[in-house]
Design a protein around this ligand. Structure first.
Ligand SMILES: Nc1ncnc2c1ncn2[C@@H]1O[C@H](COP(=O)(O)OP(=O)(O)O)[C@@H](O)[C@H]1O
Ligand code: SF4
Ligand SMILES: [Mg+2]
Length: 330
């Protein structure tokens, strides 16, 4: 079963039950990561990228979140049905995640060393000697190019710059030697130069360690550089997937077109400059294709039916009625 995907999300639905009603955020998201693959996930702020990844790690707050449907298979096992003790083992050694905000990910009352030691202990069943633990703590600190690793271990998060904290988070995500690393807009809260350094570092580590990765970022140049395949997400639905070069050369979905055109104006806050209008209200999402209120090519059918995925070539699929007649069988 080595050909089975490492991660396979099938028809995932996530709702948030809030005071005003039900936010129907994820509406049938499907997503695959093969072993050793680097996959990009792009889409405007608010389109459900983080929600998808948090559901995968089972760290969504429930309530308000509910998962009325879908499967999240990691190495063939449904994480949504997994018992907590097994799930804890998957987190860390199976999947680890770097969150957007490094400050929130670190506990201010413990030193970096104490926090990394906890991850080291948690990530192995073997009893390790003090020096083995120490080696395992120092190595990832070195890998993320933090200066003076010994002193770093004795520091509290507040003593470090934002960039250093982000590096510590990357080190912590690597401690357990995960099979899949999810990097959710790493460095977005930092200034652009530091953000660029962080993304380069991540790119180097991913290459060196040959990790499977899901990279979420607004920096499409980095996506193009680092990933093998890209998914485009809009308003809680996947709208297009293709090999990275194919997607950049031949974007098909009207939303992807907008995203690509917005690139020079990307500020990190969203891409609304490139596409008139905004993400719909999830209390009352538009019926049919969720993009239809913003789509320059909208047809009657788009307002009534949700488009399925049409395969237009090889691994290029697009959820848009414009391509209904162009489908090729694989
Ligand atoms: N805990 C929550 N309670 C209510 N709504 C939430 C919660 N978490 C996320 N959402 C909503 O889900 C939508 C998608 O958010 P998110 O997954 O963070 O998007 P992205 O990561 O693509 O920017 C947003 O409208 C957001 O307000
Ligand atoms: S399905 Fe219709 S509304 Fe949706 S992107 Fe395609 S043409 Fe536009
Ligand atoms: Mg997010």
């Amino acid at each position: 079963m080595d050909d089975a995907p490492l991660l396979e999300i099938k028809d995932l639905h996530v709702h948030f039950h809030v005071y005003g009603g039900i936010l129907r955020v994820l509406d049938g998201v499907s997503f695959v990561v093969h072993r050793g693959e680097k996959v990009g996930l792009v889409g405007e702020t608010g389109c459900g990228k983080t929600t998808t990844m948090k559901a995968t790690l089972r760290v969504l707050p429930m309530p308000p979140a509910r998962i009325p449907g879908g499967q999240i298979l990691f190495q063939g096992q449904d994480l949504l049905k997994m018992r907590d003790d097994r799930l804890r083992r998957v987190r860390g050694r199976g999947i680890s995640m770097i969150f957007q905000d490094p400050t929130a990910a670190l506990n201010p009352v413990f030193t970096i060393g104490q926090q990394i030691r906890a991850v080291v202990r948690h990530s192995t069943e073997k009893r390790l000697s003090r020096s083995q633990i120490h080696d395992r703590m120092i190595q990832p600190i070195r890998e993320v190019a933090l200066p003076d690793p010994e002193r770093m271990l004795g520091s509290y998060p507040i003593q470090l710059s934002g960039g250093m904290r982000q590096r510590v988070c990357i080190a912590m995500a690597l401690v357990a030697d995960p099979k899949l690393l999810i990097a959710d807009e790493p460095g977005t809260s930092l200034d652009v130069t530091i953000q660029d350094q962080i993304l380069r570092l991540l790119g180097r580590l991913v290459e060196e360690k040959d990790l499977s990765v899901i990279l979420i970022t607004h920096t499409l140049g980095i996506v193009r550089q680092l990933t093998d395949r890209v998914y485009v997400m809009y308003a809680g639905t996947m709208v297009e997937v293709a090999g990275t070069e194919e997607l950049f050369r031949n974007p098909l979905h009207p939303y992807t077109h907008g995203l690509m055109e917005a690139v020079p104006r990307l500020t990190g806050g969203g891409v609304s400059d490139g596409i008139p209008g905004r993400i719909p209200n999830y209390l009352h999402p538009p019926p049919g294709c969720r993009f239809h209120p913003r789509c320059p090519h909208v047809m009657d059918v788009c307002r009534q039916e949700k488009p399925g995925f049409y395969r237009v070539s090889g691994d290029h699929e697009v959820a848009c009625f414009l391509y209904r007649d162009k489908e090729r069988s694989a």
